[in-house]
Write a protein that binds this ligand. Structure first.
Ligand SMILES: [Ca+2]
Ligand SMILES: [Ca+2]
Length: 122
């Protein structure tokens, strides 16, 4: 078997899995503001509280985040955890670094395949 044939077979098997895991024909990534967890166009202490409540399993907090878990990943490390809430609080009250892009204006995550998504809008 030629190397190019083998590469084609591997790509044919792998690429559709990646694509179907992240994109379907009905949706796309949606614009968001990182740190604006409750999607009211303002980043404030409520967003940090929503992150903490989400981590603790609060369903109301999960509903506020909706299908944009990426908005809660304030430090854009691909996970939502206590450091994200601390990151926001540090920004809000201790002159810490702002949430990673997209912030303060809405946008699409430049690295959308980090395991956390914001989408889909059809
Ligand atoms: Ca907010
Ligand atoms: Ca994070």
């Amino acid at each position: 078997m030629k190397t190019t044939t083998l590469i084609s077979i591997v790509l044919a098997l792998v690429v559709p899995v990646i694509v179907t895991a992240e994109v379907d024909d009905q949706g796309m990534f949606i614009s968001f503001i990182r740190g604006d967890v409750d999607h009211n166009d303002v980043v404030n202490i409520v967003d940090a509280i929503v992150i903490i409540r989400y981590i603790l399993g609060d369903e109301v907090a999960a509903d506020k985040i909706g299908d944009c878990l990426d908005s809660a990943d304030a430090d854009d490390d691909g996970g939502v955890n206590i450091p994200d809430a601390i990151y926001l609080l540090n920004y809000l009250f201790r002159n810490g670094p702002p949430p990673k892009w997209p912030f303060p204006d809405p946008g699409i995550d430049p690295l959308p395949f980090d395991g956390i998504l914001c989408g889909w809008a059809s």
